[in-house]
Design a protein around this ligand. Structure first.
Ligand SMILES: [Zn+2]
Length: 304
């Protein structure tokens, strides 16, 4: 049942019947006082943010601090930025060791930098002008500014397309997958990582779940829901990973201590370093072991 006054139209299947799950707000970045609902489509089963902000207004929910750009030293890059990029690269290399790669929603291009160093011919697309300018200038990577749907890459030109925590931000995911299928070579690999709405942390924290990220996250995928979407879009799922050293424990800690996640206060920083982080890492490992990890990654091949 929908909450009163909240019309629902599924952004995936067009269905108009939805089940209200819980209310939610932008607790991570506090860009707005608006309240939202998380509603599960009765037809396709995929949960989504209602109301879905109009596409032209989406930029206002992304503060400058959303993108980790500007003034970091080489030590910080090595300690905090590079390891998760290498982890992503290790996933890619299980399926392709070289070739052309497109990273959709690449931000400032940290992953592109590591992929290029590893021998991929890598480029990205990103809608934040600041992130594109920083990445192009500081990281020396090739990024096209704009929306995937309006870019002009040649058809069937990529061996690998990656979306690292991006699909849940895209207003029209079905069209995005169609576009990606035309960009991939037949048999090309699509890698999608998203928060896991079926995780223990999502079920425990609900509207306070750190990775709910309303209203920047428009869709809240489960492994089963995304598998169905990919299958309908012409992709064969080949593998699933639920281990993410970058995101899973942070989802638990960020949900428990929103102040730490939001402003990095001194007291919060101390608590996170000495107590919270090991506990959250342990809890995240347990979740993943029970196949309820905070995030998941699906690897699929474009059907020939
Ligand atoms: Zn639906």
């Amino acid at each position: 049942m929908n909450p009163p006054g909240t019309p629902f139209e599924c952004g995936i299947c067009g269905g108009t019947a939805g089940e209200f799950l819980f209310p939610a707000r932008d607790i991570n970045f506090k860009t707005t006082d608006e309240s939202f609902s998380v509603v599960r489509c009765t037809d396709c089963g995929i949960a989504q943010t209602v109301p879905r902000p109009p596409e032209r207004t989406l930029g206002r929910y992304y503060p400058a601090s959303y993108y980790p750009i500007g003034g970091y030293d080489p030590g910080y890059y090595r300690r905090r930025i590079q390891p998760p990029q290498r982890d992503k690269l290790n996933i890619v290399r299980r399926f392709r060791s070289s070739g052309t790669l497109l990273d959709v929603g690449c931000g400032a291009g940290f992953f592109l930098r590591e992929a290029s160093k590893a021998g991929f011919s890598a480029q990205g697309v990103e809608f934040s002008r600041e992130a594109v300018e920083f990445g192009t200038k500081e990281e020396g990577v090739h990024i096209t500014e704009g929306d995937l749907l309006n870019t002009h890459f040649p058809d069937h030109s990529f061996d690998v397309v990656t979306l690292w925590h991006v699909l849940e931000h895209i207003p029209r995911p079905v069209e995005a997958l169609e576009r990606i299928r035309t960009l991939l070579k037949p048999g090309g690999i699509l890698i999608i990582a998203v928060p896991n709405f079926d995780s223990l942390q999502a079920r425990v924290f609900r509207g306070r779940w750190y990775h709910l990220e309303v209203p920047r996250h428009l869709y809240h995928f489960t492994p089963g829901g995304l598998r169905k979407l990919l299958d309908a879009g012409g992709f064969d799922v080949q593998a699933e990973f639920q281990r993410s050293p970058e995101h899973n424990w942070a989802g638990i800690l960020g949900s428990l201590v929103p102040l730490v996640a939001a402003n990095g206060s001194f007291a919060g920083g101390v608590a996170r370093r000495f107590a919270g982080r090991p506990l959250a890492r342990g809890a995240a490992a347990i979740e993943s072991a029970f196949h309820r990890g905070g995030t998941f990654t699906l690897i699929s091949a474009s059907r020939q």
